[in-house]
Design a protein around this ligand. Structure first.
Ligand code: ZN
Ligand code: ZN
Length: 142
């Protein structure tokens, strides 16, 4: 599901609306897979609060050895919504609909590390022969 319609919910004071949706980001960013947004909307005296966890996996090439690095990502969102926006812009809302795809994408991008590594102690490639040193020494340094 891409959009969560909150028009009716905005008039349901005292209610809560749990959601748990898979999000397909393959068209936006194929590196993000297994994306899911889980959380709850609450309407307390007409004020809508939004809390959610966005989880997913990012597959990108390691900055050191160029092999695939698989990064589990998780973001927490907590904000107040109107039918047109969220207080901190973390959630994309338009015409009473939450855009789950854009919201999940924006949240996951913020969780990406500046340096992508397949493992913390990745040894990288030998600068002389290009061998992946995680697979063993190449002999250049001797
Ligand atoms: Zn690596
Ligand atoms: Zn070497």
């Amino acid at each position: 599901m891409r959009f969560l319609d909150i028009n009716d919910f905005s008039r349901s004071e005292g209610e809560s609306l749990p959601f748990d949706e898979p999000v397909d980001l393959s068209a936006t960013e194929p590196a993000f897979t297994e994306v899911r947004i889980t959380g709850k909307l609450r309407n307390v005296v007409g004020v809508m609060t939004f809390r959610a966890t966005v989880s997913g996996t990012c597959v990108a090439s390691c900055d050191r050895c160029l092999e695939d690095a698989v990064l589990p990502l998780e973001a927490e969102l907590k904000t107040v919504l109107t039918l047109e926006s969220s207080e901190d812009d973390s959630v994309t809302v338009e015409n009473g609909k939450i855009d789950l795809e854009k919201t999940a994408y924006d949240a996951l991008v913020l969780e990406l590390p500046t340096k992508i590594l397949c493992k913390e102690d990745c040894l990288g490639l030998c600068p002389s022969c290009g061998k992946n040193l995680n697979d063993g020494e190449c002999g250049c340094s001797e």
